[in-house]
Design a protein around this ligand. Structure first.
Ligand SMILES: NC(=O)c1ccc[n+]([C@@H]2O[C@H](COP(=O)([O-])OP(=O)(O)OC[C@H]3O[C@@H](n4cnc5c(N)ncnc54)[C@H](O)[C@@H]3O)[C@@H](O)[C@H]2O)c1
Length: 352
């Protein structure tokens, strides 16, 4: 199947302003690892959504995924965006394509759930922030799914309640079994720590003002030349210190945990949970294989809340373009720090 329906964009824009009393018709752009997972979610799980099309520059992949879900294959992603039978978009293409695709969606007046990162630089993310501000309404949600994880939500509520006093430290660990080929030392920051950057902003309600990245001895399990692990220290506006151990070639399992140390109490989230077994080989439980398992429920909730928001005409219920921009700015500073060894301050400029 291949289609290039021209758009009745004006109609789509009109409806995106008012919401929908029917299922929202969604197209997924980029159907690699994440896009296929999101297509499955939309087709089989998310209420109030109808997966109507997929689009990928890889024509064979587009056709195969479209056939799997019984939806249209649209070979040109920009035509998928303006298609009159597509109300909203999920962007799951590589980060360097996001700016163009999101700006095209903004011009078409269509809601977007864009996988992280919003874009690959603070400058390009700022352009998206300004484009959305010029429209005068919110259309873009960024795929920082940890904000929908039950543990982080509890932790945020606890911090906001003030019950344990002010947060002093957040100790975070982000561990991954292995890295794909060509994973660079900068990608530990841009691909992985970016999630900690966003969740720290979410938990504390503050911007991150400075960052320093240390690279200790690399594990012998890392590919030649990859600086893994790294240790990141961030400072928030009011003086909370955040440290992140990022270690992406542990050789087993996936683990993301956070410990809050506040004035009158400590809380840990992300510890192993579920069944604990006992047998001749000892006792213990399962370690999640990957992020899809660890954050499966968070992705599901993220999608449900986004679709509900689109149907309600508010289009965003979660991190938006400013959050994407702030994360890009902190990560760019982190990459600079990795190169120079210096503590780098972050100035986001005036909030748009
Ligand atoms: N939220 C998370 O936890 C999480 C986890 C993994 C990946 N991601 C993000 O999801 C996005 C996709 O990652 P992935 O691992 O699925 O990548 P992937 O390489 O598996 O898939 C990307 C797909 O996009 C297609 N593509 C490339 N350029 C395109 C374009 N201009 N238009 C349409 N299709 C295009 C490719 O052909 C490929 O099929 C990235 O932004 C990544 O950072 C988020």
């Amino acid at each position: 199947m291949s289609t290039a329906t021209s758009a009745s964009t004006a109609t789509a824009e009109h409806t995106a302003r008012q919401g929908y009393d029917r299922d929202v018709r969604v197209a997924v752009l980029g159907v690699g690892m994440m896009g296929q997972d999101h297509a499955r979610r939309l087709a089989r799980l998310t209420k109030g959504a109808e997966l109507v099309a997929v689009s990928d520059v890889d024509v064979a992949r587009t056709d195969a995924v479209a056939a799997e879900f019984g939806v249209r294959a649209i070979h040109d992603p920009s035509l998928a965006i303006t298609d009159g039978e597509v109300d909203a978009l999920v962007i799951a293409t590589p980060g360097f394509t996001h700016e163009d695709l999101v700006l095209t969606a903004l011009r078409a007046g269509k809601p977007v759930l864009c996988e992280k990162p919003l874009t690959t630089s603070p400058e390009s993310s700022r352009r998206v922030v300004e484009a959305e501000a010029a429209l005068g309404r919110r259309l873009v949600q960024v795929g920082f799914m940890r904000r929908f994880d039950a543990g982080y939500l509890q932790l945020r509520e606890l911090i906001a309640s003030g019950e344990y006093g002010k947060p002093l430290f957040l100790h975070c660990a982000h561990r991954n079994a292995t890295t794909p080929p060509n994973f660079s030392s900068e990608m530990l920051m841009l691909d992985s720590v970016v999630h900690e950057v966003d969740i720290v902003r979410f938990l504390t309600g503050e911007e991150i003002t400075a960052i320093r990245v240390l690279a200790p001895r690399s594990t012998s399990s890392a590919p030649e030349g990859l600086l893994d692990p790294q240790f990141v220290v961030m400072e928030t506006e009011s003086g909370t210190i955040v440290d992140v151990e990022i270690f992406v070639n542990t050789t087993f399992g996936y683990e993301v945990r956070t410990e809050l140390v506040a004035e009158r109490g400590q809380v840990r989230i992300g510890l192993p949970e579920g069944a604990v077994s006992q047998s001749a080989s000892g006792w213990g439980g399962r370690i999640p294989r990957d992020f899809k398992e660890r954050f499966g429920a968070a992705y599901d909730l993220e999608f449900q809340r986004w679709v509900d928001a689109v149907r309600a005409g508010v289009n965003v219920d979660g991190p938006g373009v400013w959050d994407g921009y702030a994360a890009a700015a902190v990560c760019a500073a982190g990459v600079e720090s990795l190169k120079t060894g210096d503590r780098v301050e972050i100035d986001l400029g005036a909030r748009v």
